[in-house]
Write a protein that binds this ligand. Structure first.
Ligand SMILES: *Cc1c(COP(=O)(O)O)cnc(C)c1O
Length: 222
């Protein structure tokens, strides 16, 4: 069951702030997605490849599907023809695979690089230093003609320490600005900063997020 009034309130607030809402529908039935679609929502986020493929088949074709989970290289082919944005790209090898599958699908696939900002060990992603050295190599960007690096994504610590959460988001925003004015200078498609979920998106937006991924506030607890 979706919370329609929460959706209306949240989506109006976010659009007044120029923040894109990705409705995270993992584990939720297609009927719930259709209900939000009928209220006007078009961006949906999924974490599991098989589930995304099934939902893509039965739901309206103008939905923009975001893949926000951990993507295994052997599954890229299944989503390459239609995925709108892949948020969790966490290695150069995955970039290579996406580039190859983009070529095979005859399109350029938009990606975000996932940066490790949380103190927990379990979260995937690049360290700031890794990403800076990756982009210092002069042909890092030219070597992927079938994808586009649109920006960065990160997940803060699961913590009640809101100062820490804010610090993590702030660090990601400054890395985003640093890359945007360095390696990506003049590339105006490097403009997406995906950070913030149900619990922490107000802080993320204060710290510069322009895309939030919200599940439980819209669809209820999982
Ligand atoms: C599940 C998930 C979300 C949404 O989480 P909520 O707390 O339900 O808003 C956002 N981002 C990622 C990467 C997720 O896996």
């Amino acid at each position: 069951m979706i919370d329609a009034s929460a959706y209306v309130r949240i989506s109006e607030k976010l659009s007044s702030q120029d923040v894109i809402l990705v409705a995270v529908s993992k584990t939720k039935p297609a009927t719930d997605i259709q209900a939000l679609y009928d209220l006007g929502q078009r961006d949906f986020g999924e974490n599991y490849v098989q589930e995304l493929v099934e939902k893509h088949k039965v739901l309206p074709s103008d939905i923009r599907w975001h893949f926000i989970g951990h993507l295994q290289r052997n599954k890229v082919r299944m989503i390459a023809p239609f995925v709108h944005l892949i948020h969790g790209v966490d290695s150069p090898r995955l970039l290579e695979t996406i580039n190859k599958e983009g070529e095979r699908a005859g399109r350029r696939i938009d990606c975000l690089l996932q940066i490790h900002i949380a103190s927990e060990e379990t979260k995937f992603g690049w360290d700031a230093s890794e990403i800076l050295s990756f982009f210092r190599s002069p042909d890092a960007l030219q070597s992927f003609p079938h994808l586009r690096i649109r920006g960065l994504m990160g997940m803060a610590s699961f913590s009640n320490d809101l100062d820490r959460v804010r610090e993590e988001f702030r660090g990601l925003h400054s890395l985003f600005q640093e890359l945007g004015s360095g390696s990506f200078a003049g590339i105006d498609t490097f403009n997406v900063l995906s950070m913030g979920m149900s619990a922490d998106h107000p802080i993320a937006i204060e710290e510069g997020s322009n895309m939030v991924r919200i599940g439980s506030l819209l669809f209820g607890a999982r």
